[in-house]
Design a protein around this ligand. Structure first.
Ligand code: PEP
Ligand code: MG
Length: 831
């Protein structure tokens, strides 16, 4: 018997039988047999009934290949007839026998004969009259008496379950859960173990781990027939009958059965190599095992269970690694809304940075800072964020924007600093005057109202639902350490600040793959100097101002190098267009005029001069490096001086300097000449030797196409797939959110290409770039540092092209480590 022919439940029951567990007689029907039944070809029912002896009571349960694919509900007590009822009144008592018969009539009428459920509600007490009424209702609806032939009953049950599997709704549901179109259904016919009798009788389920955290803990539910089948709550340690006037646990009532259950639990864990929930009955104190299914579990429990099974030698480490979906880890790295909590939905947007956080609504970065200064948690709401909002984002508990997609500013920063973020909540309206947001259902939420942003699901919720804390526990670390033994591609982090770098180290990133230096200039005190630099009239004046920024940059890099303790740190030179540093409203301009001692018209004309129609394709990246070389010169000096300083105090540092937005070899040549010059000066001035590597960020299609000559001047190439996707599609990163969901819904794009690497298009440019770069420099270091870097599909692609590493947001590093290990194990198994 195999799960692919008879389904998972049948396979599992067969194993329980082989393990000598007291499983009632069971017959399994294969996918093929059930398919034929659905087509009207009923097998010989007497043959099916034969192993069960005379007048059996049976259950039929579904057995799909994967339990997650569902199936029709089980039907119990098949075989119940007037005759058997009369007989059972004597053996188990009238109430129990009548209750069983009523339950069967109800499920047969509703599930098999498809009659109106209202006519078959179960009565409060199972009386003779109630039974007569149910039988009469059936007869009236069907124009024939309730079937009294067990063979006919079972045939009808099998046919209805087989046909239910073929129905359109069932088909769509299981396909949504990943089942193939031709997924089969097996059926399991089993003798009922009733859990009724004169001695201690009842039914229950038991499991041996806590489904929330995966720790060993016995929980379950036991319904004692002697207590009138009331639902009894389970507690840890034993199955307590909390409503039982005896106040006793199953362990106390029936110690032998309880000991047997523990023993069977151990056997199942070892032999089925899983934590199982066992369904059982007691009949006069005799234990029967009806079924065993996987314990449903949270992601946290999944990790702990997999690690514990491997540590106990039950499964190999590779298997533990393969059993945890990488996305489950990202749930563990952040606080989550408790899955059991009620959710009062305000609006749904795009889930852009995972985790959930609660705070009071604020509408500006300044208010977020004021709120933080008061020690109040806040949620920053903006139409979209700009670099000016960064300080507010840092102190906010969560960020919500109405515009933008997964690579918009808010999303990238949110992920980078680990702040939960929902973007593109375009159904929400901001009423600026009233300082309110207006939900699609018309509800208004004012500044100061408490909301919760769930960046994992994309939901924004009213109030403060209960949360589950992040769990960086031992099992999590163990699993990732094991994963690293199999992984064959490096994983670095995109980290801009010391806090990011520390997170990257905590998650065992193998260095920083992208440090976006511009974020450093938004720090308090630096913005003003930056603006002064922008307003400088000559290169000399500019240099003078940049000299004031130099010590600050140097301190930034020293801190980063020290945190990373000799691991590689790839610093990207200044990238954004300068206008991002200028005020955009009148009051901001007035303040700046004041600060710089200039007139309003001076300020306005400079702002206008820097204005661009398409700034992301304008004067930014290396174009600034070529036209205003002083900025890169200052940064290079800061990097090299920091290198000397940090190497003096700790592990030797070999910085990597990366040039953004390159499209032509000449740009690299020009910048390289300058930077080499600065390195030589620093070495001369200090008398200290140091190494560094200069590389290029390949994020324009032309840079990928010309990678052969660009590589000649580069120690490494790192593909910036955010800009490369934007330019390959001709699709603005900040505006794509407006129509992306329609595009994906209509299947124009399979996925949002800013989210999932477009292997066919952007991937082609990556392949060409890698191939051409290696033609001129065979051992050049290749990597990817766009937001795609942490995703499984991008890692798969980068491994296939022999890239050296991927770099992703610090919080995605563990996910990337696990994905990379799984891919390596998969490939190894396929050999
Ligand atoms: C990129 O373009 O892929 C990238 C990593 O840089 P940024 O997102 O800063 O433009
Ligand atoms: Mg870029």
């Amino acid at each position: 018997m195999s799960a692919a022919i008879h389904g998972g439940r049948a396979k599992c029951l067969q194993r329980l039988v082989r393990l000598d567990l007291p499983v009632p007689t069971t017959v399994a029907l294969s996918f093929d047999a059930v398919k034929k039944i659905a087509e009207g070809l009923m097998p010989d029912v007497t043959e099916i009934l034969e192993p069960f002896g005379d007048a059996p009571l049976l259950s039929v349960r579904p057995s799909s290949q994967d339990p997650d694919w569902g199936g029709p509900g089980a039907i119990l007590n098949i075989g119940m007839t007037d005759q058997l009822h009369a007989k059972m009144c004597k053996t188990v008592g009238e109430a129990a026998a009548t209750s069983l018969y009523l339950r069967f009539i109800q499920s047969y009428a509703v599930e098999v004969a498809h009659l109106d459920p209202d006519s078959f509600d179960l009565p409060e007490t199972p009386t003779h009259e109630a039974l007569a009424l149910a039988l009469k209702a059936y007869e009236e609806e069907m124009d024939e008496p309730f079937p009294q032939d067990p063979a006919r009953q079972i045939s009808a049950v099998l046919a209805s379950m087989a046909r239910a599997w073929e129905g359109t709704t069932a088909r769509l549901l299981r396909q949504a859960r990943g089942a193939p179109a031709d997924a089969g259904l097996g059926l399991v016919v089993q003798a009922m173990a009733l859990g009724v009798g004169k001695g201690e009788s009842g039914s229950g389920v038991i499991e041996f781990v806590n489904a929330n955290n995966g720790l060993h803990q016995i929980t379950g539910r036991y319904l004692s027939q002697s207590q009138g089948r009331e639902a009894l709550t389970a507690e840890s340690g034993a199955l307590y009958l909390t409503k039982d006037p005896r106040g006793k646990s199953l362990q106390e009532i029936c110690p032998e059965a309880f000991a047997q259950l523990l023993k069977f639990g151990g056997i199942c864990r070892k032999s089925l190599r899983e934590e199982m929930q066992i369904e059982f009955t007691l009949e006069d104190g005799v234990l029967r095992i009806l079924d065993a299914v996987l314990v449903q579990r949270t992601s946290r429990a999944k990790v702990r269970i997999a690690v514990a099974l491997a540590e106990d030698g039950i499964i190999p480490r590779q298997e533990a690694i393969m059993r945890v979906e990488p996305t489950a880890l990202s749930e563990l790295l952040h606080r989550q809304v408790n899955p059991d909590a009620d959710r009062d939905l305000i609006v749904r947007g795009i889930a852009a940075s995972p985790g959930a956080a609660t705070g009071r609504l604020v509408f500006t970065a300044n208010d977020a800072q004021a709120s933080a200064a008061r020690g109040e948690a806040c949620v920053l709401v903006r139409r979209e964020t700009t670099p000016e909002d960064i300080r507010g984002m840092h102190v906010a508990q969560a960020v919500l924007t109405l515009r933008g997609g997964v690579t918009s500013h808010a999303a990238v920063i949110g992920r980078g600093i680990g702040v939960p973020c929902v973007v593109g909540a375009s159904d929400l309206v901001i009423d600026r005057k009233a300082k309110q947001i207006v939900a699609p259902d018309g509800r208004r939420f004012s500044e100061g109202d408490t909301v919760t942003v769930d960046g994992t699901s994309g939901d924004v919720l009213a109030g403060e639902p209960p949360m589950l804390e992040a769990a960086l526990d031992g099992a999590f670390k163990t699993l990732l350490d094991w994963a690293d033994d199999y992984r064959d591609i490096g994983v670095r982090a995109n980290a801009d600040t010391p806090a990011d770098a520390q997170t990257a180290r905590n998650f065992a990133a193998q260095g920083i793959g992208l440090c976006r230096t511009e974020h450093m200039f938004f720090e308090p005190g630096r913005m003003a100097v930056m603006r002064e630099m922008i307003f400088a009239d000559s290169p000399e004046d500019r240099r003078a101002v940049l000299d004031r920024l130099l010590p600050m940059q140097r301190a930034d890099f020293i801190e980063l190098f020290e945190i990373m303790q000799g691991q590689p740190v790839c610093i990207r030179l200044f990238d954004p267009p300068l206008h991002e540093f200028l005020p955009f409203d009148k009051s901001g301009m007035r303040e700046l005029a004041d600060a710089l001692g200039l007139t309003m018209s001076d300020i306005q004309s400079r702002v206008e001069a820097l204005e661009e129609y398409n700034p992301m394709l304008g004067m930014r990246g290396v174009r600034l490096g070529v036209t205003i070389p002083e900025i890169y010169e200052m940064q290079a000096r800061a990097i090299f001086e920091a290198t000397i300083e940090a190497s003096r105090n700790g592990a030797p540092v070999v910085p990597e300097v990366m040039i953004p937005l390159v499209s032509a070899m000449k740009e690299v040549e020009l910048v390289k000449t300058n930077i080499d010059g600065i390195a030589a000066s620093v070495a001369n001035e200090t008398g200290e030797a140091f190494d560094y590597r200069l590389g290029v960020m390949v994020e324009t299609p032309r840079a990928a196409l010309r990678a052969n000559d660009i590589a000649e001047h580069s120690a490494f190439l790192s593909f910036g797939t955010n800009d490369l996707t934007q330019m390959t599609y001709g699709l603005s990163r900040d505006d794509a959110g407006r129509f992306m969901s329609v595009y994906v819904q209509q299947g124009v794009y399979e996925e949002d290409p800013f989210h999932t690497l477009d292997v066919e298009g952007v991937g082609e440019l990556l392949s060409i770039g890698a191939e051409r770069a290696r033609e001129s420099v065979p051992d050049i270091t290749l990597s990817i540092c766009g937001e795609h870097g942490g995703s499984r599909s991008a890692i798969d692609f980068c491994r296939s092209k022999g890239f050296d590493y991927v770099s992703c947001s610090p919080f995605r590093v563990p996910v990337a480590r696990l994905s990379a290990a799984q891919l390596a194990i998969r490939d190894h198994a396929a050999i």
